[in-house]
Design a protein around this ligand. Structure first.
Ligand SMILES: Cc1cc2nc3c(=O)[nH]c(=O)nc-3n(C[C@H](O)[C@H](O)[C@H](O)COP(=O)(O)OP(=O)(O)OC[C@H]3O[C@@H](n4cnc5c(N)ncnc54)[C@H](O)[C@@H]3O)c2cc1C
Length: 427
């Protein structure tokens, strides 16, 4: 068990870091592991990589400090959940790029993970960070509203530093400037289905549609296990999200239907319930206080998931090619150990060349053998995918990236945190 500190504001965070830094100088400290809401399910939730760390739980820092829909940004603290920020934007000209996780998860925590949003990578939503460095001093990087430039520019001017602190463990973030999306006139999610045996052809077709801009690079493909969440049995499901001008969306939807209906196409139109109102609301960035989709996916609420369900995730990045995705599917099946059930797999198109996979291993958490089997399966997934050059874009606490990470990385770490005030992270 790790000790947990729950500061109430950014000043208290700085005091804790300064205190830890004093003790780090004499090597009598417990390194800090900052989390925002700590709901990083499947990758370790709020737990640190190594025992002995102190969890710095920032969920009480939950102020939306600034909201400017006209300029397109919000300044949020770590405890601001995606549901809370989405609720503040209702009726405005902007929306939040929601993820498929619970509405209770942190906007800032997911930005720092470079998570996957429904409309684009969360990394693209980050404009600026307020940080407490390892000596307890405050600093900022990226773009801030009180900079002289009134236009949101995520890279700021000069060296672009925001992403030194994403997938990093070199500072505590006490606030972030988050970019907001223009609210689209129309949001339409088209459900298509295909037989699992048609996976290579379906992926190649989606790749060609994406490369030619018939559809945006936000498509999700669900294997038959994951498709059950949306009421689809024994087939794979595709969600294609079209957004923008209503006429354009209608024309695009017609073209997609024409292409999907061509002779030899692997696709069939999905039933309307496979992309119902809740799915549309999520892509539109609308809040859902009932967390309906999350409940459907996991069978329980955000607060009970860690105790009620055993969950491990493997997140490899795969080339967006039918043959590569089919091979990934073979590797997943071959990795299953003992009684581990066939996993739900969600494939997220990231661009015309890349499709990440979310492989979710579920198991009963109080069955020791099932727990061991799931962990053996995860180990095997890491081994076999790595052997074919497919690495996860986010590792879990049992599979942190190896060190050292190269000269520049080590020099940055030495410069920013020479005494190890912050606990070893996963990256
Ligand atoms: C059903 C389901 C669906 C999901 N869908 C998605 C999805 O669509 N997209 C996606 O990306 N993920 C998804 N996830 C995974 C995960 O739940 C989310 O990524 C979630 O946002 C991460 O938890 P969090 O927001 O509480 O971040 P936290 O757990 O608070 O933070 C994540 C990590 O960031 C670092 N960190 C956090 N805050 C700070 C800080 N203030 N300063 C310094 N470092 C910090 C820490 O290393 C921490 O471990 C899903 C999970 C489930 C179970």
């Amino acid at each position: 068990m790790s000790a947990v500190l729950r500061p109430g504001d950014a000043e208290e965070v700085a005091r804790i870091v300064r205190d830890t830094a004093r003790r780090a100088a004499t090597r009598t400290h417990s390194p800090l592991h900052p989390v925002s809401t700590g709901l990083n399910w499947g990758l370790g939730s709020g737990s640190p990589v190594e025992d002995g760390a102190t969890v710095l739980d920032l969920s009480r820092l939950d102020r939306v400090r600034t909201l400017d829909p006209r300029a397109g940004f919000a300044v949020v603290e770590p405890g601001v959940t995606q549901g809370a920020l989405a609720a503040r934007l209702v009726g405005s000209e902007r929306t939040l790029n929601l993820t498929g996780a619970s509405q209770q998860t942190s906007v800032l925590g997911n930005l720092l993970e470079r998570g996957v949003g429904l409309r684009r990578s969360r990394a693209e939503d980050l404009a600026g960070l307020e940080l407490v460095l390892a000596d307890g001093t405050f600093t900022r990087c990226g773009w801030w509203p009180d900079d002289r430039s009134g236009t949101v520019q995520p890279h700021g001017r000069g060296p672009s530093l925001n992403h030194v602190f994403t997938q990093s463990a070199m500072a505590v973030a006490t606030a972030a400037v988050v970019r907001l999306l223009p609210r689209p006139e129309e949001v339409r999610v088209l459900p298509l289905t295909f037989a699992a045996s048609e996976l290579p052809a379906a992926v190649d077709t989606l790749r060609s549609w994406t490369a030619q801009h018939l559809i945006p690079a936000t498509t999700k493909v669900y294997n038959p296990v994951a498709a059950r969440t949306y009421g689809v049995a024994d087939r794979c499901l595709v969600h294609i999200c079209l957004t923008g001008d209503a006429g354009l969306v209608a024309a695009q939807a017609r073209l997609v239907a024409e292409n999907a209906g061509r002779h030899g196409s692997p696709f069939a139109p999905g039933p309307p319930y496979a992309a119902d109102g809740h799915v549309h609301r999520a892509y539109a960035g609308l809040p859902d206080p009932d967390d309906t989709l999350f409940l459907r996916k996991t069978g329980c609420c955000a607060r009970c998931l860690d105790t009620a369900r055993g969950l491990l995730m493997f997140l490899p990045v795969i080339p967006f090619r039918g043959s590569a995705v089919a091979r990934a599917s073979e590797l997943i099946t071959a990795a299953l150990r003992g009684r581990t059930a066939a996993p739900g797999v969600t494939m997220n198109v990231l661009d015309a060349d890349t499709i990440d996979h979310v492989v979710t291993l579920g198991f009963p958490p109080r069955d020791a053998q099932a727990v061991a089997d799931a962990h053996r399966t995860l180990d095997r997934l890491h081994e076999t995918f790595a052997a074919e050059g497919h690495l996860p874009y986010r590792p879990d606490i049992d599979h942190p990236l190896p060190r050292p990470r190269g000269l520049l990385h080590e020099r940055l770490r030495q410069a920013l945190d020479p005494h190890g005030v912050f606990a070893r992270g996963r990256f």
